[in-house]
Design a binder for this molecule. Structure first.
Ligand SMILES: *Cc1c(COP(=O)(O)O)cnc(C)c1O
Length: 458
């Protein structure tokens, strides 16, 4: 018999989570104006709102925390982290920041000017935000396969080289400060980018002498997919694959809250001394002195250990197989999900799940609320609520997909939790015909409404 995978760790400490009844949750979500962001965490049983900063640290990370050096300048924890980042990424220069978007803010302050164009593969919200805030434009060059939830392409995060070439053909090269590849491609569903694709993008960048950057939040998960799916990498270690991928680029921004396995942190790593020098000034202004950049010494110490652990195969295998396990269970129950299953989350297709709820009644939000009431599970809507209104017409924008994302925190929940989540979804799916109406917005902010929007039940 083929042996199933099992976690390469055992549990040393547990954290209680509160159970509650559907009756209680019905009342709580009503009091929260049907916005899951408004729920206090003790009213949630399984929290799948995000995989960012919600993972469990190891005993070695907690041990490193005690050895953190809190010196303002020249912290030993900084030096240890710098050494680890250099070892894993191969980049020469390193600046710590308090989280990923801070790394973007510092680096883009150097590189992005008004009128610039930044091509990439589905830029993450904050990345796009930091580009648009500087009156520049982010151009999404992701391959078309990424937008079809049934398509089984193994590297749906890839950059479409023709779309990228078109950006270079149609714009003066001085207007393109860099190309950015997000690994894995978060916005397209945690889908990986192949080594071959990175190599090809790098070739185009070299031809035009434009730097290639990586938005690297899930670089280790991306390396795992390369090892499992791309020819020629089966025998390579995760660390070898990650380093090779970074070797095609000129720098990176990192949200350490994902593959850094810590609760808070980020960094920039670079090869170019001039850019590094300029970024240093912004880092000191926005983040802190260059040897801590918004992080405590103890957090840098834990991050150095976390980066090392996150790039070990056994950890990644259990991480990604847990996500796949949940995905396959849902497929077995006929629940419509995005294919193939990505690295950090499951995306439920609400257009297929509850087509009976009108789109202008926010069907993905309605499904996310039902998931909370029935099971105490908190996911997040990625659909019309998130897409917000058109800034000019103020009409709702209806994106192609209405999704509910279930992001799985790292090393946090067990197999039984996955079984529970799948069973809750199956029960909701079996009674989906009864779902006829959704919600109406009664109050919303002019921008980024999803965090604070208030609904009422129709
Ligand atoms: C989370 C994330 C960021 C932003 O990082 P924060 O640490 O949340 O500021 C940027 N890019 C990607 C791909 C991310 O997943």
């Amino acid at each position: 018999m083929k042996l199933p995978y099992a976690e390469p760790y055992k549990i040393k400490m547990v954290e209680s989570i509160k159970r509650s009844t559907p009756q209680q949750r019905k009342q709580w979500i009503k009091e929260a104006h049907y916005n899951l962001f408004n729920l206090s965490s003790d009213k949630v049983y399984i929290d799948l709102l995000t995989d960012s900063g919600t993972g469990a640290m190891s005993d070695k990370q907690w041990g490193a925390l005690m050895e953190g050096d809190e010196s303002y300048a020249g912290s030993q924890s900084f030096l240890k982290l710098k050494e680890t980042v250099q070892k894993i990424t191969g980049f020469k220069y390193f600046l710590p920041t308090h989280q990923g978007r801070a790394a973007e803010n510092v680096l883009f302050s150097v590189l992005v000017k008004e009128g610039d164009i930044v091509p990439g593969n589905s830029h993450f919200d904050t990345t796009k935000g930091h580009i648009e805030f500087r009156k520049a434009t982010a151009v999404d060059c992701t391959i078309d396969e990424a937008f079809d939830t049934e398509n089984m392409h193994p590297f749906k995060g890839n950059v479409d080289l023709k779309k990228l070439q078109k950006v270079f053909d149609e714009n003066p090269v001085e207007k393109i400060p860099f190309v950015i590849i997000t690994i894995t491609n978060n916005s397209s569903g945690g889908q990986p980018v192949s080594m071959e694709n990175v190599k090809a993008v790098s070739k185009i960048c070299k031809k035009y002498k434009v730097p290639l950057l990586f938005d690297s939040a899930r670089f280790a998960e991306n390396a795992y997919f390369v090892k499992m799916r791309e020819k020629g990498y089966q025998k390579k270690t995760i660390k070898e694959i990650a380093k090779k991928m970074f070797s095609y680029g000129d720098g990176m921004t990192m949200s350490s809250k994902k593959d850094g396995l810590v609760n808070m942190g980020g960094f920039i790593a670079l090869n170019d001394e001039e850019i590094f020098k300029k970024a240093t000034v912004f880092n000191i202004m926005y983040e802190g002195f260059i040897t801590y950049g918004g992080m405590s010494g103890r957090d840098m110490a834990a991050l150095a250990v976390g980066l090392d652990e996150a790039t070990e195969f056994d950890y990644l295998e259990s991480r990604i197989k847990q996500v796949t396990y949940l995905g396959n269970k849902l497929i077995e129950y006929n629940v419509p999900v995005q294919h193939p299953i990505g690295g950090h989350a499951i995306f439920i297709d609400a257009n297929k799940f509850v087509p009976t709820i009108p789109r202008d009644e926010y069907r993905a939000q309605a499904l996310a609320i039902e998931l909370y009431i029935v099971g105490g599970i908190r996911g997040v809507e990625i659909g019309t609520v998130l897409a917000d209104r058109d800034p000019f017409t103020r009409k709702n924008r209806y994106p192609e997909l209405e999704l509910v994302r279930l992001a799985i925190p790292r090393r946090t929940y067990t197999h039984n939790h996955m079984e529970y989540i799948a069973a809750v979804l199956k029960n909701i799916y079996d009674s989906r015909a009864e779902a006829k109406s959704g919600y109406r917005i009664i109050d919303e902010a002019p921008i980024m409404r999803h965090f604070t929007v208030k609904f009422e039940k129709i």
